[in-house]
Design a protein around this ligand. Sequence first.
Ligand SMILES: Nc1ncnc2c1ncn2[C@@H]1O[C@H](COP(=O)(O)OP(=O)(O)O)[C@@H](O)[C@H]1O
Ligand SMILES: [Mg+2]
Length: 237
Amino acid sequence: MERNFESLVADGVDSENEEIERQLEMETRRRAEYVAFIEEKIQDPKNYIDKGGAGKVYRLSEKGVCIKIIVDRHEQPNAHEYNLGTHPESEAHFMEVLGSFGVGSVRSPKLLEYFKAYDKEGKLYHAIIMEEIDAVNLQHIMNGTKEMPKNMDPEAFFDEIEEYIDALHIKMEMTHGDNELRNMMVGREEGRLYMIDFGRSESLRGKTKEQKERLKKKDWDIFERVRKEFLEKKFAK
Ligand SMILES: Nc1ncnc2c1ncn2[C@@H]1O[C@H](COP(=O)(O)OP(=O)(O)O)[C@@H](O)[C@H]1O
Ligand SMILES: [Mg+2]
């Protein structure tokens, strides 16, 4: 059978497409295995770390990797009825930007990956894979459910957090938006402090002077309230 030039080229394109299809199939399978691995970890109660208002955090590996699972509410029809904060993808973006940012001994957990997937019931969830920090959250200390690390100096802690928030506003041009005690952590290792949970952060870029001032004031109002609350409580040492 005689074959013309066009059909030869078309054959070439076909085999190229087949190769791409094969790679796509492999990639899809690899992805499904990865998600299944993660879901198995999450279902094991021994990997549960803690939860907040939006997400649950689980250990993924003993080497210091954890995952925050956020069940999607942004795409629900009644989403506007909730005060949802930032979209989880933006939360991950803020964490990424903050990856190399620190002030004194305060920093935030490093982002490793963000993805979204569907659970077995077909519900969309978001996942933030990050560094697991060996730290205690201040709300737990306040509630007496966790012990305050022996070397923690509460006054110095808040002075450092204050500088961090100020630099966050000025250098990083963003706010935290939810700097409550539950989102501040003190490392079990001496001298490490953490601000976590950027689920209510906002960028100050492109905002008017008034908007910027209002957003920054929100951080400072929360900060002054929780500092007072924490420092006024007498802790048994
Ligand atoms: N990187 C982390 N390492 C260790 N514990 C964490 C980490 N991130 C969060 N946690 C714990 O999980 C809790 C919930 O996480 P958070 O990001 O604050 O979720 P939410 O947005 O639901 O408030 C925190 O209060 C903290 O105790
Ligand atoms: Mg939180």
